[in-house]
Design a binder for this molecule. Structure first.
Ligand code: DON
Length: 573
């Protein structure tokens, strides 16, 4: 049930795109482009246009990111959001500054470890996934506000919010993928809302069609308050009161005080190295940076190019590394503000090599034979990603989410925005898988004010002090392995960014003990060999939706929007 839900949350837009031929082609979709100055790659053509216009108006990558973020909250309600949260990884064009902003949702003050368990101590199905109790205190607006305060070049907040207001107030034509998504979730919207919401037609028996106009009047009003009052227009006053009233009506726990108390946090970005490249990624409460660096560290001693792309050796090596890294994730990772995550130990190169010492090139290690590593020393499913580089070379990688498609399926009455279901990213009970099949324990147990563990891995790669790549993706636990593959596709398999992004992917995460191969990812001979090594192969129809940028050796920017979903679009100039 949960795994089905997971697969659906992860893939519904991709599948939606494949199920029917698009009937609405009002938008021009571009999957790959070369540009001299700047690139914006996002999940929706209108959001990419909004970002490009900001850049052409003299805004920097951060200005464009703020406008894109708020536009996505309108035109891509499955994952774009103001009711969710996310992470920014930033590098200035001159390389003098790198930053990571954590605007992940927080558990409300009333939350507690066993809040999703019944009297017998069993997880109550769906309670952390749909409805008011599934939501954490949203972080996106604080995220945009903090970015604006610190890095905006335009210094014109209203200019950045206005495009989203216009899209919400005047409406926009929905794409085929969006129509399918809204129709799929109609039952969920009807059962999880206390007031009528814009995502269900007034006559609720009517289905959405590509090209229909989606007007979000209440969302436009909330965005106007954000435009006029900045973060206080969301975390205080009318919006916070509407959130509190919605919670009262629906039995949720977020209070106006929780809203007022929310703060995003500037964190020290994770810095790593791989074959002479430098990487900047997200620290806890994301597992992304740590897991990515562990994976790269485990495979670095091997000559991947010689193995051959998607050879049995390549897939086996990556799967075995992933098995060990995800076991560590389950045991050790959580919000480091609340739990002593042994970051230095997990990233210690000797530990990483020892952890991989029992790798057998001929045979899969059963996951049950692997546990989270022990240290001897002391510790010294819908999301969206957008990548932006501006004319000064400033780079932004932001992954943001409501968690599942359309989050908790609950709209704040009168405020028009969807609440996240990020509470499901906590470990509701040790060993019980969440929406993405991930398990955890104490490190990721629920506590008031704590942030749930994430897999989001916005990442920037540099070489010899110069920008090289910007990468990120949605996909729950597959985020980390997708980013891992795109980076190694470029570095080890010499692909350009278009091929590196569109290449088929595979994924494994220790538990369940399975190897997921994207349809077409490996030929039958390779699959047979992998099965012979002991891998249980499961076929998936789409892994990740990567939006990426490569600064080529000739100085051109190659921007890519994943071709796995219909709407993702890259623009540049
Ligand atoms: O933070 C996380 O890891 C999850 N909430 C991400 C969810 C996700 O990527 C869903 N997308 N397909």
């Amino acid at each position: 049930m949960r795994l089905n839900h997971f697969l659906f949350a992860l893939l519904f837009l991709t599948l939606a795109a494949c199920k029917q031929k698009p009937t609405f082609s009002g938008y021009s979709i571009q999957k790959s482009t070369l540009a001299d100055s700047a690139i914006v790659s996002t999940a929706h053509p209108l959001a990419s246009e909004v970002g490009l216009a900001v850049l052409k108006d003299g805004g920097n990558a951060i200005d464009a990111a703020i406008a894109v973020h708020l536009a996505l909250a309108v035109v891509y309600p499955a994952a774009g959001n103001i009711g969710g949260g996310g992470f920014l990884v930033y590098r200035s064009g001159d390389g003098q500054e790198v930053a990571a902003l954590d605007f992940r949702e927080k558990a409300p003050a009333k939350a507690h470890r066993d809040m999703y368990l019944d009297a017998e101590g069993n997880v109550i199905n769906g309670k952390s996934i749909e409805g008011h109790l599934a939501a954490g205190v949203p972080g996106s607006v604080e995220g945009c506000w903090q970015m604006f305060q610190k890095y905006s070049k335009l210094k014109d907040w209203k200019r950045l919010v206005q495009p989203a207001i216009d899209l919400a107030a005047k409406g926009f034509n929905i794409t085929q993928a969006e129509a399918v998504g809204l129709n799929e979730y109609r039952k969920g919207f009807l059962s999880n809302n206390t007031k009528a919401c814009a995502f269900v037609k007034a006559d609720s028996t009517q289905k959405w069609k590509a090209g229909d106009l989606l007007v979000q009047t209440e969302l436009a009003e909330t965005l106007q308050r954000i435009r006029d009052q900045g973060r206080d227009g969301f975390y205080g006053g009318k919006t916070a009161d509407l959130v509190a009233a919605e919670m009262q009506r629906g039995g949720g726990w977020i209070t106006a005080q929780d809203m007022a108390d929310y703060h995003a946090v500037w964190r020290k970005p994770m810095l790593g190295k791989y074959r002479g490249y430098d990487l900047i990624s997200m620290p806890p409460p994301s597992s992304g940076g740590i897991a990515l660096f562990q994976l790269l560290g485990m495979v670095e001693p091997y000559d991947l190019g010689k193995m051959g792309f998607h050879s049995p050796e390549h897939i086996h090596l990556f799967t075995e590394a992933e098995r060990r890294v995800y076991a560590d994730r389950a045991k050790h990772l959580g919000d480091a503000d609340f739990y002593g995550v042994p970051i230095a130990n997990l990233l210690d190169s000797q530990y990483i090599q020892e952890r991989f010492a029992n790798f057998d090139p001929q045979k899969a290690t059963p996951s049950k034979a692997i546990e989270g590593g022990e240290f001897t020393g002391k510790e010294s499913k819908q999301t969206t990603h957008y990548s932006i580089v501006d004319a000064d070379g400033n780079a932004v990688a932001i992954t943001t989410t409501l968690n599942g498609g359309y989050g908790a399926l609950t709209v704040v009455g009168g405020a028009g925005f969807l609440l996240n279901n990020e509470m499901d990213d906590f470990s509701a009970k040790p060993g019980v898988p969440n929406l993405y099949g991930a398990i955890g324990g104490d490190a990721n147990a629920i506590m008031p004010g704590k942030r749930p563990l994430s897999s989001m891995t916005p990442t920037i790669v540099t070489k010899d002090g110069k920008l090289c790549m910007v990468v990120g993706t949605p996909g729950g636990t597959t985020i980390i392995t997708s980013v891992f593959q795109v980076i190694t596709n470029v570095i080890d398999f010499n692909m350009n960014m278009t091929d590196a992004t569109h290449a088929k992917r595979f994924h494994s995460q220790w538990s369940p003990d399975e190897l997921y191969l994207e349809k077409g990812a490996a030929n039958e001979a390779t699959r047979k060999k992998l099965r012979g090594m002991g891998h249980k192969i499961v076929e998936w129809s789409g892994i990740g939706l990567v939006e990426s940028i490569l600064l080529r050796k000739d100085g051109k920017l190659e921007g890519v929007a994943d071709n796995r979903a219909e709407d993702d679009t890259v623009l540049g100039y």
